[in-house]
Design a protein around this ligand. Structure first.
Ligand code: NAP
Length: 260
């Protein structure tokens, strides 16, 4: 039996995590549709991936927060490949500061690019995935979608939204054999993180973009019956650091008890 050639759309493919996910899926022989606002950067990435992995790729310059552009993206994908197996909603932006000092335009931009785009792209691929009775939607969220961080108002709100939307999508798409995942990484060493307060994090305590790329690849490879709602990714030395902190706390507590 001829195996089906899988096709993945990855938004925000030109940098950091998106690039690493592209590498991981290309290594699995999956054909790629790459999306960002900068066609030249996608073309450069695809030149390398196509010759290295012998795959077919389509570069689509798109702002994922614009409904009409997203619909054109899906039309062009189907014209070229005739199917969509995987959607990775990865594109996002971040402007950080306290809510009182924030600008409405920045707030709106983050909600549009980080959250509305997940709704638009997912809604647009669902009819095709439902026809195929198969598909995976992977939403790159963040630990900022699991708890609040000071000076991250709109970013946290957008990522909490992504996690909520992922749960609803998972329920609604399950009868069509479509799996939906939300991946929630801690700080990852990319230009995005290095332009924020997260840049103060010691590099050895950051995840690498490849860690997320590998994990997304594993999710795609996992059996059709497995459905993980949310995956939280921490750097491997996190538990060491956590243990050290806990031990230190215990020592302080012991000393305090002694002096009581
Ligand atoms: N880095 C971290 O510490 C971290 C931690 C947890 C979660 N995340 C999440 O991981 C994802 C990727 O982050 P990253 O660190 O790799 O960010 P990044 O290096 O800034 O890359 C963001 C990507 O999104 C694209 N993009 C931005 N706005 C877009 C738009 N309107 N339409 C289409 N593409 C757009 C950018 O390309 P163009 O500028 O060319 O459009 C770029 O390819 C994001 O969802 C982020 O929230 C990151």
């Amino acid at each position: 039996m001829k195996s089906i050639q899988r096709v993945a759309i990855i938004t925000g493919i030109t940098k950091g995590i998106g690039k690493a996910i592209a590498e991981s899926l290309a290594a699995r022989g999956i054909y790629l549709v790459g999306v960002s606002r900068n066609e030249k950067d996608i073309a450069e990435l695809f030149d390398r991936l196509c010759s290295k992995h012998k795959i077919d790729c389509l570069a689509v310059q798109t702002d994922v927060s614009q409904n009409e552009l997203v619909n054109t993206l899906i039309t062009r994908t189907l014209e070229r490949f005739g199917r969509i197996d995987i959607l990775v909603n990865n594109a996002a932006v971040g402007t950080f500061g306290s809510i009182i000092d924030s600008k409405l335009d920045d707030w709106q931009k983050m909600i549009d690019i980080n959250l509305k785009s997940v709704y638009l792209c997912s809604k647009a691929v669902l009819p095709q995935m439902m026809r195929q009775k198969n598909g995976s939607i992977i939403n790159i969220s963040s630990v900022c979608g699991l708890r609040g961080y000071s000076k991250c108002g709109a970013y946290c709100a957008s990522k909490f939204g992504v996690n909520g939307l992922s749960e609803v999508l998972a329920l609604e798409a399950k009868p069509s054999n479509i799996r939906v995942f939300a991946v929630c990484p801690d700080v990852v060493d990319t230009t995005f993180a290095n332009n924020t307060n997260a840049s103060l994090t010691n590099k050895s305590n950051m995840l690498r973009p490849e860690d997320i790329g590998d994990r997304v690849g594993l999710l795609i490879d996992s059996g059709a019956k497995s459905q993980v709602c949310e995956i939280r990714l921490k750097p491997s030395n996190f538990f060491h650091r956590h243990l050290r902190r806990e031990n230190k706390k215990r020592k302080v507590e012991k000393r305090t008890i002694k002096y009581l």
